[in-house]
Ligand binder design. Sequence first.
Ligand code: HEM
Ligand code: HEM
Length: 296
Amino acid sequence: MSSFRRRALIAAVSVVGVAAVASVVAFVLRAQPAVQEFMVRYSGVAEPAAGTPVGIPVWLNVTHVLNVLFLLLIIRTALSIRSKKRPPAFWTPGYRVLGQAPRRVGINVWLHNTVDILWVINGAVYLVLLFATGQWMRVVPTTWDVFPNAVSAALQYLTFTWPVENPWIAYNSLQVLAYFGVTFLLAPLAIVTGIRLSQAWPLDAPRLNRWVPEKPLRRIHNWVLFLFMAFIVVHVGLVLFTGAVHNLNVMFAASDSMSWLGTTLFVVSLAVLAAVWFALTPSVQKRLAALSGKVR
Ligand code: HEM
Ligand code: HEM
């Protein structure tokens, strides 16, 4: 077993173990009258700020599904870079990257960075629209009440009662914190640490490189991968197990209904995803990479 697989297995077993212990503790806590009073006071969903828009617009569905597509390709190439296997080809940019002399990289690094650019553009569009439309108020905590409500929601998840919320109106506080965390902390961390590893970084600046050393930043960049994968497993698991038909309508069909439209669009998006995934064979990657540099 590779060291990555072994570490992933140990991490998965530890998470299940910690969750089991946390669940027992949560059941004991929920039996206490004081905790029951606390949970009546804090239902798990903080009151939305005045003026928070109701409903999810189509642009949010589109940027969300593109984000899924790009992130899966980023993760695929990240795992391929991590595997340290010799890539099927190498790419040397045909231009200076932010003034740096062109450096040769594996074709998997080329694909990783090409998709990174698309991912960052999509993320920027999402953020601009989020702030232009007031939708930010659903994913940025606007009151300290999110913290006790997040504790309440956690106690509910751990005791296998799903917090009562309607994602069309407001997310529960644990969702707010998780969505805020991936959008405003994890994604920027990926970008900042990724730039240090990229061809845009000057390698001939010894003082700068002493202040911003490669090794710890590469380690943080790897942690980003682990945290994104953990988020995705929990997020997709909860979406599917807490009312999949309604959740998928909200995020894939901009609809609050119980129709099958969202589920259908979700399945279609999975098919598109698989088509792109399998279309990106090494020979297609080489042809695409040759458009912007030398491939050997
Ligand atoms: C691949 C990585 C993914 C990331 C990083 C991600 C991230 C997010 C974020 C940040 C939000 C809140 C957006 C907002 O309201 O502004 C969200 C909501 C949502 N996502 Fe994802 N998502 C991912 C994959 C998926 C997938 C594959 C599904 C479908 C199975 C899905 C279903 C949903 C749903 C239904 C919501 C609405 C809120 C809810 O009911 O929890 N997501 N996601
Ligand atoms: C704009 C965002 C990003 C940039 C600029 C970026 C940049 C890079 C670069 C340049 C490398 C190649 C390093 C080398 O040549 O050795 C790399 C590797 C890697 N990237 Fe990213 N990346 C970004 C986003 C992400 C994201 C979102 C993830 C995780 C989901 C990720 C996970 C990884 C991993 C695990 C590696 C392998 C690191 C190693 O162990 O050597 N990257 N990234």
